[in-house]
Design a protein around this ligand. Structure first.
Ligand SMILES: C[S@@+](CC[C@H](N)C(=O)[O-])C[C@H]1O[C@@H](n2cnc3c(N)ncnc32)[C@H](O)[C@@H]1O
Length: 228
C-alpha cells in the first residue's frame, strides 16, 4: 500500500504497516536516499578497506589532476585550448588567404590539429607547434600517415621557422598577439621573405590589416618592418 500511494512514513516503527501517516517523504526521495547510502557504503568501504581499490583510486585521481594541469598551465604560456571552426577555416583559406601546395603553414599552438587538417586539404604543407604534450601526442597520432603534416611539441616563442614558411595561423589571445607578430617579423628577417599572418579573433595593434573575413584577419609581415 505504501508504494502504491507513493509515500512512506518517516517514523521507523510505522514503516510498512501504517496507513495513518502523520509525516511523509515522497517515494522518489526515499529511493534517492537509499541509492546514496548504498553508494557511500560501497565506495567508502571499498576504498578504505580494499588496498587495491585505494591504489586505483589514487592513480585515477593523479591522472585527472595531471590532465587538468596540462590544460590549465597553457594559461601562463599563451591561449588555452579552444579549437577553431572548420567551416570558418575553410573560408579563411579560400577568401582571405588562398592556400595552395606552394605554401607551408605553421599553426602556432596547434591544439588538436584542426587547422593543419584544413590547410592540408588545400594542398599546403603544415607544421603544428603545440606546448601541451597530450594534444601534441594526439595530433601526431591523428596525422601519423600524412607526411605533409608535422607536429612539434614546444613553446612557439622559442622556435625558428623553416625557411619555406609562407603563412602562419594564430588563435592566440589579446595578451600575446603583438608578441606573435614580433616573432614572425624576426623570422621573416631571418628567412628573407615576407610571411602572411592569419589571426583568428584578434587584431594586431598598430599593424595594417590586409583583409578581414568574419573573425579572421590577414597581415603581411616583412622582415625589419611591417609591410602594408
Ligand atoms: C586557442 S587554442 C588554438 C588551437 C588551434 N590553433 C585552433 O585554432 O584550433 C591555443 C593553443 O595554443 C597552445 N599554446 C598556448 N601557448 C603556447 C605556446 N607558448 N607554445 C605552443 N603552444 C601554445 C594551447 O595549448 C592551445 O592548444
Amino acid at each position: 500500500m505504501v508504494s502504491r500511494v507513493g509515500f512512506e512514513p518517516t517514523t521507523p516503527s510505522l514503516r510498512g504497516s501504517c496507513s495513518n501517516q502523520l509525516s511523509y517523504r515522497p517515494a522518489h526521495l526515499v529511493y534517492y536516499t537509499k541509492v546514496l547510502r548504498f553508494w557511500q557504503a560501497f565506495s567508502c568501504g571499498w576504498i578504505v578497506y580494499n588496498k587495491d581499490m585505494q591504489i586505483a583510486f589514487y592513480i585515477f585521481g593523479g591522472i585527472v589532476i595531471l590532465v587538468a594541469f596540462l590544460f590549465l598551465f597553457t594559461v601562463f604560456t599563451g591561449a588555452p585550448y579552444v579549437p577553431s571552426s572548420p567551416n570558418e577555416l575553410e573560408e579563411a583559406f579560400t577568401k582571405l588567404y588562398k592556400l595552395s601546395k606552394k605554401d607551408l603553414l605553421i599553426d602556432l599552438g596547434s591544439g588538436d590539429g584542426v587547422v593543419l587538417k584544413v590547410a592540408n586539404k588545400h594542398g599546403a604543407k603544415a607544421l603544428g607547434v603545440e606546448i601541451n604534450p597530450l594534444l601534441a601526442l594526439f595530433s601526431r597520432w591523428r596525422f601519423r600517415q600524412n607526411p605533409q603534416i608535422k607536429i612539434a611539441c614546444k613553446n612557439f616563442f622559442k622556435m625558428d621557422f623553416p625557411s619555406e614558411t609562407t603563412a602562419v595561423y594564430a588563435f592566440g589571445d589579446s595578451r600575446d598577439i603583438k608578441k606573435i607578430a614580433k616573432l614572425i617579423q624576426k623570422q621573416a628577417t631571418k628567412i628573407g621573405h615576407p610571411i602572411y599572418l592569419i589571426s583568428n579573433a584578434f587584431e594586431v595593434p598598430g599593424l595594417k590589416i590586409q583583409k578581414q573575413h568574419r573573425a579572421h584577419y590577414l597581415y603581411k609581415i616583412t622582415g625589419g618592418k611591417d609591410e602594408d
